[in-house]
Design a protein around this ligand. Structure first.
Ligand code: UD1
Ligand code: CA
Length: 455
């Protein structure tokens, strides 16, 4: 079966009260439309056609990708008109219609729907609603067969009692779609070309309309305003939290945990409250993450510990290494096995060898630190001369005293020691002690200045 997917994303979204086109509003860190495209791709269609209108340029710019065909709908004359704009680009046996503002639709639901479609069968996703106000109603005959969809505004009092609502998502035979759409009229209460009218046409042409339901009604929920957007966000987060717990993660409180990207997890992982995971995050077995951590595009190897209030971005924590509380690991931070980074330490492009330690109050940028080296409290690498960045090389077993300024480029060889308070501007040889501070002078009998008496 070949598949084309059409995603409707041309609407304005007035109720968002936003300069940003509605479909670009984010759920879990990605635009709603981005989520729909991500799900669409998993169905391996031959084409993904995104119908854009309001904010078309911004949408196209933000989501452009080689596998997407953007189609402009200059005027929003209805969902049927929107799909019709894509028809010239369609050639598959089956056309699946999705919506850029319905981001939580599950791939498995769409697969079930597609299984119900065929050359002589339309597959329609419907949902049983307690309050179907606003939805198109699924009209069935006495045998229970779908006959038509009637929009809420066009429905009779009796039809308004129907609680089976149209989700808008459907799969139709490609060979029929263009002809049906060309027959649509806008002679209805809203003066729109309704996609939903193809259902009655299909029945009229002798096709069967099969229906399928999502497992969870939130899958087909759209976001028209920021309240609904927040509901989708929460739902997504709860769903993600449950999936991770099922895979072996203990979440201290699943309601205080957010994923904005893709996370892979091992077993016996413990995550405390208010942790945010962003981008691509890999968490291996036995990792512990303390409260209030933001971890972005990072890998935490077996047994690594991230203590409270740490920020990681582009970091790699080796097996049994730890950082924090209050550590800031910027892109290119690598802790080898059992390396330790303590409180108020900032790393950037810094590689700490096995068992190396930087316990307190440091800035370590553009540096290679050897195994077992110890970086004293308050040490900084002066990696920037105002124009260029330079590297600091620190060998294995080096001991950097407290409050050192290491002026790069500088090379401190294996086993060297630097005295506390040193400003290291020259290389230090293996096994040497570098003392680079002024000598202490004690002045005996020193008289402190005194305040002049009040006159
Ligand atoms: C539509 C369905 C209704 C269903 C409901 C579910 C129709 C006629 N009705 O109604 O049966 O219960 O969805 O939410 O299809 N869009 C365009 N171009 C247009 C018009 C709409 O791209 O010209 C997009 C909108 O941006 C939106 C989606 O299509 O994402 C749905 O359009 P909307 O006008 O909101 O349809 P509903 O009235 O909600
Ligand atoms: Ca709608």
């Amino acid at each position: 079966m070949s598949l084309d997917i059409v995603i409707l994303a041309a609407g304005q979204g007035t109720r968002m009260r936003s300069a940003l086109p509605k479909v670009l509003h984010p759920v879990a860190g990605a635009s709603m439309l981005g989520h729909v495209i991500h799900s669409a791709r998993q169905l391996k269609p031959q084409g993904i056609h995104v119908v854009i209108g309001h904010g078309a340029e911004v949408v196209r710019e933000r989501l452009a990708a080689g596998d997407l065909n953007f189609v402009i709908q200059a005027e929003q004359l209805g969902t049927g008109h929107a799909v019709a704009q894509a028809v010239p680009a369609l050639s598959a046996n089956t056309v699946l219609i999705l919506y850029g503002d319905v981001p939580l639709i599950e791939v498995s639901t769409l697969q079930r729907l597609l299984e119900r479609s065929g050359p002589d069968q339309v597959a329609l996703l419907t949902v049983e609603l307690n309050d179907p106000t606003g939805y198109g109603r699924i009209v069935r005959n006495t045998d229970g067969l779908v006959q038509a969809i009637v929009e809420h505004k066009d429905a009779s009092a009796a039809q308004k009692l129907i609680r089976e609502g149209n989700t808008g998502i459907l799969a139709v035979p490609g060979a029929r779609l263009g002809e049906w759409l060309s027959r649509l009229s806008n002679d209805n209460v809203q003066g729109e070309y309704y996609l939903t009218d193809v259902i009655a046409m299909a029945v009229g042409d002798g096709l069967v309309v099969a229906t399928e339901q999502p497992l969870d009604a939130m899958e087909v929920q759209g976001a028209n305003d920021r309240i609904q957007l927040a509901e989708l966000e929460r739902h997504y987060q709860v769903r993600t939290a449950r999936r991770l717990m099922a895979q072996g993660v203990s979440l201290r409180d699943p309601a205080r945990f957010d994923v904005r990207g893709e996370v892979t997890v091992g077993r016996d992982v413990q995550i405390d409250i208010n942790v945010i995971l962003e981008g691509q995050v890999v968490i291996e077995d036995n990792v512990q993450i303390g409260p209030n951590c933001v971890i972005r595009n990072s890998t935490l190897c077996n047994g690594a510990i991230v203590k409270a209030n740490s920020h990681l971005d582009g970091a790699l924590l080796g097996e049994g290494s730890d950082c924090g509380p209050y550590a800031r690991l910027r892109p290119g931070s690598v802790l080898e096995a059992r390396a330790h980074v303590g409180n108020f330490v900032e790393l950037k492009n810094a590689h700490l060898g096995e068992d190396a330690k930087a316990g307190h109050l440091s800035y370590l940028g553009d540096t290679d630190i050897g195994a077992r080296a110890n970086i004293g409290a308050g040490t900084i690498t002066c990696n920037y001369d105002g124009v260029n960045k330079h590297r600091t090389l620190i060998g294995a077993d080096v001991f950097i005293g407290s409050n050192n300024a290491l002026v790069a480029p500088v090379d401190i060889s294996k086993g060297a020691t630097t005295a506390a308070g040193s400003t290291i501007t020259q290389n230090v040889g293996s096994g040497e002690l570098a003392v680079a501070r002024s000598r202490q002078r004690n002045i005996a009998g020193w008289q402190r200045p005194e305040k002049a008496p009040n006159t």
